[in-house]
Design a protein around this ligand. Sequence first.
Ligand code: ATP
Length: 238
Amino acid sequence: MSDPLLEVEDLDVYYGKSQALDGVSLTVERGEIGGIIGPNGAGKTTLLDAVAGFLDYDGTIRFNGRDVADLDPQQLVTDGLVYCTEDRDLFPFFSVHENLRMGAQFREDRDAVRADLDMVYDLFPRLDDRRDQEAQTMSGGEQQMLAVGRALMGDPELLVLDEPTLGLAPVIIDDISDAIETLNEQGQTLLLVEQNATFALRHAHRLSLLESGRVELSGSATAFRDNDYITEAYVGIH
Ligand code: ATP
């Protein structure tokens, strides 16, 4: 039975006179990994920025059944929509531990926050080894783990990840892969946005292909894997 956590309907976004999204619709069901793939400039980040409350739009975005048009990004985080941006937005001079604690700044249940700190350190043992290290001195892969860890500290109902594999070595991508699978097995709903279609197809249950601001294809991971256009244009290029 359908149980949508995120519903995007007929979304248009403009930067000045330039249209970045044109009639975009998609749904992420509770418990699943939703995927969005598409080339450079397709509008993927724009879509996430709108969903996270950073951009004005025409159309409808519902989270947990509620129209979120009037909510600002902080309210959305408090409601459980936590966005891990492509830029990671870490506090560079703060330690790993301090960055993780910042992710929980809007939460009041200190016991639950402590339990989630343990959960993040279990998920990413490399962070546990580097609790006191300044974020800016970490490798790109470690910073990505920290960004995901900090997002998890917000206690997301929906964890939104923008290009988590961008620029990372294969061995680190494997760590991110394992973390995504573990989280989803534990019931975490995710929206995964990737230029790396191979990675997205490995994890997402259902996907949308975004090209030039429009959803050109949507369907199950199996349908995407069986689609000649997808395999020829997108798979295997990473
Ligand atoms: P990438 O994978 O390279 O990050 P993307 O699919 O995330 O690409 P967006 O960053 O959403 O694509 O960009 C979609 C379109 O909107 C592009 O044509 C881009 O130049 C334009 N755009 C993005 N941000 C702005 C902005 N702040 N002002 C004007 N145009 C923008």
